[in-house]
Structure formats: C-alpha cells, structure tokens
Design a protein around this ligand. Structure first.
Ligand code: KPL
Length: 306
C-alpha cells in the first residue's frame, strides 16, 4: 500500500496529536485499524511515533498525517484536542468532512458539545471521557502511565456505526459504551472539579487532598455539583460521588493533576470546561455556587500569574 493509498483508506481520523491522540492512534493501530492523524499544523506527512506500554515494552509505528483536503473517506473523527480548542479545531473542517461522518469528542470537562452541536449539519455526535494516562516523553514519544476507564456514548444525530463502535471499544482497553453518557460525564466533571483546581492552587499532588483540612471544601464543591446537575436533569448521589472523589484521590495519589501541570508549565488550563461549565449551568438555573466561584477566581488569578 502506498502512502497515498493509506491516506485515502483512513476511515478513522484522530484530530489532535497530543498525548491522548497519540495513545488512541497506537491502540487503534495495535487493534489492526489504521487511523490517520490531523495535527495542529495540518500538513500531510508521515511520522514515526514511539509508544511505551504499561509493561515497559516500546514499539514504533509509522503514522500518516493528513490535511483537511484528505477527509473525504473519514467515517469517524475522534477529537482529542483540549476542551478550549475544540471549536477552533473542528468547525473549519466541517465543510470537508462527509455529511455522514460521525464525530466523537474526547476531552476533559463539558461545554464544547453545546457550542459545536448547532454546526454539525445532521452529523452524528458521540461524547466520551477517558482516565487513561499518557506522558509525552518527546514530541512523538509517549509512555502510557495509567489504564483508567474510557466511557463513550451517543449524544445526538445518527448513531455511531456498529463496526466503528466495535473497533473503538476493542482497541481501547478498559472501555465501555454508556447510555446515557451525560451522567458519566457529570461524574467525571465532579471529580475534576473537586481535585484539579485544589491541587493547582495548593501546589500539591492529588493524594494530599485526602487531608482533613480539605474535607469541608471538597464537600461543598461536590454538593454544588450535585445541586446543579439535578437542576440540569442529571441525578447524582452526594454520598456516592464524594466516595468516588476520595477513591480517585487514593488511586492517583502520586499524580500531579492535569491542571496542576498546566499551571506549573504556564499553559492555559481547562478551568472553563470544568468549574466554568458548572458556573454557567448554575447561572442558567439561578443556583448559588459560592464554593466553586471562589475556587474559580483563585484559579483564574493563578493562571494570569498573579
Ligand atoms: O483527570 C484527572 C486530571 O488530572 O485531569 C484526575 C482524575 C484528577 C487525575 O489526575
């Protein structure tokens, strides 16, 4: 198969070649599906990607990068960019993406599904969340650091074709199809709301949040999520959710959260799609969320470098 044949045969395209985009590329490739990648600079080229799995075994694979003009055979576009990049990365591609292609958004937080939905012109949309960990060792070198759960489910329009759904779930270990998906995304949102900003503000690893001094804040943050989610039609249980938050704190005790790392490296954080999304839904229902508002303000000031 020539490079150009490979390009045109790619039914699955991964938008975003960061750590998670590369991880999904390796997992689909190992499963026997040959996805193409569409990166930020959007140039068509071939690139050697290196992957070290959880057991420490390293493999290299040749990845085909495509540009927008090569999307004609795309049946599934997996969007792996950060939440705040989704609109700017996805919308300009839509005039080249077949109208029967399906889109899967896979990012931390919530919100972009609401802003992109009106532009999809009848294309199917699925949403997902992944707790898989991947560390970038170099631009094209990643190491898997955690085998966390991946949950995907239908959001709107035509449903993802069975063969693509099977490929996705077969390729990504520890993955499941969830219907409805929104309660799962709200649960993950609650975990990120409780852990991420607190670790960034207090400059600590996730595990330190198990300390008694954080208990009242975590309780208040989670309580507000439950109230807003319930107003939004999503039933969450305060006790179960708090227990889950503490489980994740234990399971990821030695990790620095993604928001801690973003602040540490002077990068934009995902606060708008995490606490910001909660605040926007709370405003819609006129629900007071003082604990989350205070955390949001502190994090924004940290992000600005104040
Ligand atoms: O998702 C995470 C993140 O850091 O973004 C948690 C679960 C908090 C793990 O660090």
């Amino acid at each position: 198969m020539t490079t150009s044949d490979m390009t045109h045969a790619s039914k699955i395209v991964i938008l975003g070649a960061g750590a998670i985009g590369q991880l999904i590329f390796h997992q689909l490739s190992a499963y026997g599906v040959m996805p193409a990648l569409l990166g930020r600079d959007a140039s068509a080229d071939s690139q050697t990607l290196e992957f070290t799995n959880l057991e420490g075994k390293t493999v290299t694979r040749q990845a085909q990068f495509i540009d927008k003009s090569m999307l004609a055979s795309c049946e599934l576009l997996i969007v792996c960019v950060k939440a705040y990049q989704v609109e700017a990365a996805l919308l300009p591609l839509l005039d080249a993406l077949p109208t029967d292609a399906h889109i899967l958004l896979l990012h931390n937080g919530l919100g972009p599904h609401l802003s992109v939905a009106p532009h999809l012109a009848g294309r199917g949309l699925s949403l997902g969340t992944t707790s898989q960990g991947a560390l970038k060792l170099g631009r094209w070198q990643i190491r898997q650091t955690g085998a966390g759960l991946t949950q995907v489910g239908h959001a709107q329009g035509p449903r993802l074709a069975d063969n693509l759904r099977q490929a996705l779930l077969g390729a990504i270990h520890n993955s499941e199809w969830c219907e409805p998906i929104l309660p799962m995304l709200w649960q993950k949102l609650a975990i990120n709301i409780a852990i991420n900003p607190l670790t960034a503000i207090n400059d600590c690893r996730n595990g330190e949040l198990a300390g008694a001094e954080f208990e009242p804040t975590i309780f208040a943050l989670v309580q507000e999520v439950v109230t807003v989610a319930n107003a939004d039609g999503i039933t969450l249980d305060q006790a179960q959710l708090t227990e889950r938050v503490y489980q994740v704190i234990q399971l990821t005790a030695s990790n620095y959260s993604s928001m801690h790392q973003d602040i540490h490296h002077g990068r934009q954080t995902e606060i708008e799609a995490i606490t910001g999304y909660l605040l926007s839904r709370a405003a819609k229902y006129s629900i007071a969320t003082p604990a989350n508002k205070a955390i949001y303000r502190q994090l924004k000031s940290l992000e600005r470098g104040n």
